[in-house]
Ligand binder design. Structure first.
Ligand code: IPM
Ligand code: MG
Length: 368
């Protein structure tokens, strides 16, 4: 009998990207051995590495391969090396481009605090309680990220009347589909959804609010609330446990997910999924490329490894295999193993402080 084959495009990208994607691939391959699947790994370039090799942050060949694949696993892009390019390209442009090209409008970012890592949250224990589990559903292909960009005809930043603008524009269609993703996600969790906007000031947010008020009538089983984004930012540190699912725009989601990731302790633990209407999705750790520690066996591969269960569930329908990876990660954490970013000098055993490769190997060994 031939094994079922899944085509997975990997985009290791820049900095620590190749280090962490390498470990996640080992985890996938081991799952293939245990459960009888073939994971056909197709590595492509995106980001700074693609600028260097192909002359563009997002080669067409990468888009084509991603579109033809079952799922895409991304490491991280960017670094100081590409911060001052004069041709308008940037590693981040590749990331935005692939989100757009694959029509991945829904970004799911769980902020989970593992009980074993409680001490990594900067918040007081009485606020954190027995952990945190928030899901931010961020709109990903609209708003000012993709809205019309403009500059004054004479662009000279030494002149006070020079201007630049990014348009925050949302259609009912765009808002409604992401709100529905939020409601669907809430239904599978604790049935609470908070819509974050700035409707006291922004016209685009008033549209979000009005669509939310209409759509929520169809989800009477979900308890709803709304917060202005500034208040939401405050509530996330004041009382994060009030949240189950948060749904919001591209820019607000970008900011709130960085905040939520800190509240949830190490950013080195958090995975994310970017989805569209079909099963194709792009999965990535939410942290950046950390160029200073690239190739030094110091990065925490767990966020990328934990992106694989999301990939399995949303794109491949492999639920029990997804759970097997999460169980293995839990087992390794329970056994006390820590990479530097989640290592606590007072509480953890120095002999169990491990590097990227060791952490990957421990998870592989713990897979059942
Ligand atoms: C993120 C990142 C990206 C974003 C950058 C790298 C373009 O911050 O995924 O949150 O702003 O969306
Ligand atoms: Mg961000």
């Amino acid at each position: 009998m031939s094994k079922k084959t899944f085509n997975i495009v990997t985009l290791p990208g820049d900095g620590i990207g190749p280090d962490i994607v390498g470990e996640a691939v080992k985890v996938m391959k081991r799952i293939g051995e245990i459960y009888g699947y073939e994971f056909n790994i197709i590595e492509k370039r995106m980001g700074g590495i693609a600028i260097d090799v192909d002359g563009t942050s997002l080669p067409q060949d990468t888009i084509d391969a991603a579109l033809a694949s079952d799922a895409v696993l991304l490491g991280a892009v960017g670094g100081p090396k590409w911060d001052h390019l004069t041709n308008g390209d940037r590693p981040e442009k590749g990331l935005l481009g692939i989100r757009g090209a694959l029509k991945l409008y829904a970004n799911l970012r769980p902020a989970v605090l593992y009980p074993q890592l409680k001490h990594t949250s900067p918040l007081k224990e009485e606020i954190i309680g027995d952990g945190l589990d928030i899901l931010v559903v961020r709109e990903l292909t609209g708003g000012m990220y993709f809205g019309e960009k403009a500059n004054s005809p004479a662009y000279d930043t030494t002149k006070p009347d020079t201007w630049a603008s990014d348009l925050e524009k949302y259609s009912v269609f765009e808002v409604e589909r992401i709100l529905r993703k939020g409601f669907e996600a809430a239904r599978k969790r604790n049935k609470k959804l908070c819509c974050v906007h700035k409707a006291n000031v922004l016209e685009s947010s008033r549209l979000w609010r009005s669509v939310f008020e209409r759509v929520k009538l169809e989800y009477t089983d979900v308890e709803t609330s709304e917060l202005y984004v500034d208040n939401a930012a405050m509530q996330l540190v004041r009382n994060p446990r009030q949240f189950d699912v948060i749904v919001t725009s591209n820019i607000f989601g970008d900011i709130l997910t960085d905040e939520a990731s800190q509240v949830a302790g190490s950013i080195g633990m958090l995975a994310s999924a970017s989805l569209g209407d079909g099963t194709l999705g792009l999965y990535e750790p939410i942290h950046g490329s950390a160029p200073d520690i690239a190739g030094k066996n110091l990065a925490n591969p767990l966020a990328t490894i934990l992106s694989v269960p999301m990939l399995f569930r949303y794109s491949l329908g492999l639920d029990k295999e997804a759970k097997a990876i999460e169980d293995a990660v839990n087992e390794v954490l329970n056994a006390g193993y820590r990479t530097g970013d989640i290592f606590n000098k007072e509480k953890d055993d120095p002999s169990k402080k491990v590097g990227t490769k060791e952490m990957g190997a421990l998870v592989v060994a713990a897979l059942k």
